[in-house]
Each structure stands twice: as structure tokens, then as C-alpha cells.
Design a protein around this ligand. Structure first.
Ligand code: F6R
Length: 240
């Protein structure tokens, strides 16, 4: 695992976006593993700008990490809508090439179908990851094993509290998600992590300086042969 020098937030975001753009240029039919969340919004804006400047995603396939249980795809807080709003509606990824798990109607079945889809597609070329305040990756929360499958999982109170900022005041925040498992995440050929802001500093320090253990699933990234972390000064504030 490689920690890039700490930068201003805009530079960390630009470097992570650059890694994706270079992958698309080098391998126009790459499989990209995509993440959602506040951290990634400015990164998608850079990918959309690159598309406006001529970068084509027409042969790219995308697989998302997760989706909330209980939200239909057209719910404003679903990750389906997030991806449409921030990326997919603005670029030329064919709709048939983009995959996001379904979290409503029958989440357990949707999770096992998503696991089969990931198996059929084969290894992700570049997996983009954010990091949770408690060290989660995807929605693999503390306590998740190294080889956890793609599944329905419970969100921790810390994650629910962090995600509440995206929901209207008083709205119920989902307590479960369908998530790509740690096994699938770690099977990506390359992983690019983006961490910005002070709220990520403890998780990043645990991930990089603490033991590799289930209490901090992000620590598993140290076992990956090609994982690069782009972090800003605030996220890196507690690193040794
Ligand atoms: C999102 C995901 C999560 C987020 C993490 C950080 O698809 O899998 O692991 O990357 O919760 O979210 P933000 O960026 O909102 O702090």
C-alpha cells in the first residue's frame, strides 16, 4: 500500500480523479469499481469535466460498492440516484454497463445476484474507495472478516449518524445496506482510496498505523498489492 504525500483537499481529489482518467485512457473497456458519499462528489465533477473535454466512457463498465436497504432506485437518497446525479447522467457510460446493487423488495436475493454478477464480470480494474469514520470500506463495518462476501449488512450507529447529513431532518436513515464484501473489494487489480477532512483522521491512522484487524476493515487494504491512498492534511493529521 502506498500513501501519497498529504496535500490540500483539492489536490488529493485531483490525484484520485487522475488515476481513474488514466485508467480509462489506457484501458477504454476497463471495469471501474465506484463509491458514493460526500468525499466523491468533487471527484465525479472532475470526471464529468474530463468527459466534456473528450474522454469517453462508452466502453467502460461500472460496479458500485453498495446501496441502502429499503430505498427504491428513484429515491433521492438512493445511491442509484446519487450516481445518476453526480456521474452517469453526465457521461456516456451505456446504462446497460453500469451496475448498482438493489436494496429494496428482496435485498438478500439482490445481494446474492450482485455477488454472481461480480463473479461473472471478473476482476475490477480500479476500485475507488472512501473510508468511513469508523474505518469501514464499502459498508463493511468494524467486525467484518477479511473474506466477507457480498451481502446485506447492518450499518453501525456511527455510520448512520454520519449519513444522516444527506437526509432531510427527521427522515429515517437506513440501518442496512447491500454491500460488496471485503473479499470482492480486495480482489480488484488496483485500489485507489480518497480520504479528505478531519473526520477521517482517526480511521486513517487506525488503518495505516494500527494492527490489520476486523475492528478496522480499512486496515485490510495494507494486504493489497496495489493500493494507493490520496489523503489531505486534515485526514492525515493523526498519522505517525
Ligand atoms: C460509499 C461507501 C462508503 C463511503 C464512506 C465515506 O459507497 O461505500 O464506504 O465511502 O462512508 O463516506 P463520505 O465520503 O460521505 O464520508
Amino acid at each position: 500500500m502506498k500513501l501519497m504525500p498529504l496535500t490540500e483537499p483539492g489536490d488529493a481529489i485531483a490525484c484520485a480523479a487522475r488515476a481513474i482518467i488514466e485508467m480509462v485512457q489506457r484501458k477504454p473497456d476497463a471495469i471501474l469499481g465506484l463509491a458514493t458519499g460526500g468525499t466523491m462528489e468533487p471527484l465525479y465533477a472532475l470526471l464529468v469535466a474530463a468527459h466534456r473535454d473528450g474522454l469517453s466512457f462508452a466502453r467502460i463498465r461500472t460496479v458500485n460498492l453498495d446501496e441502502y436497504v429499503g430505498l427504491p432506485p428513484d429515491h433521492p437518497n438512493s445511491y442509484h440516484r446519487y450516481m445518476a446525479r453526480h456521474f452517469l447522467e453526465h457521461v456516456d457510460v451505456p446504462p446497460a454497463n453500469s451496475f448498482i446493487p438493489c436494496g429494496h423488495i428482496d435485498p438478500a436475493r439482490a445481494a446474492s445476484q450482485y455477488a454472481s454478477l461480480l463473479d461473472d464480470l471478473g476482476p475490477v480494474d480500479l476500485q475507488l474507495l472512501g473510508i468511513g469514520e469508523n474505518g469501514h470500506i464499502g459498508f463493511n463495518e468494524p467486525g467484518t472478516a477479511l473474506d466477507a462476501p457480498t451481502r446485506v449488512t447492518a450499518l453501525s450507529p456511527i455510520t448512520m449518524a454520519a449519513n444522516a447529513r444527506f437526509f432531510s431532518p427527521g427522515a429515517e436513515v437506513p440501518s442496512q445496506a447491500v454491500t460488496m464484501g471485503t473479499a470482492a473489494i480486495l480482489s480488484a487489480r488496483r485500489i485507489v482510496v480518497l480520504a479528505t477532512g478531519r473526520a477521517k483522521s482517526a480511521a486513517l491512522a487506525d488503518a495505516l498505523d494500527g494492527p490489520v484487524c476486523p475492528e478496522c476493515p480499512a486496515s485490510y487494504l495494507r494486504l493489497h498489492p496495489d493500493c494507493t491512498i490520496h489523503a489531505d492534511h486534515a485526514a492525515g493529521a493523526l498519522l505517525r
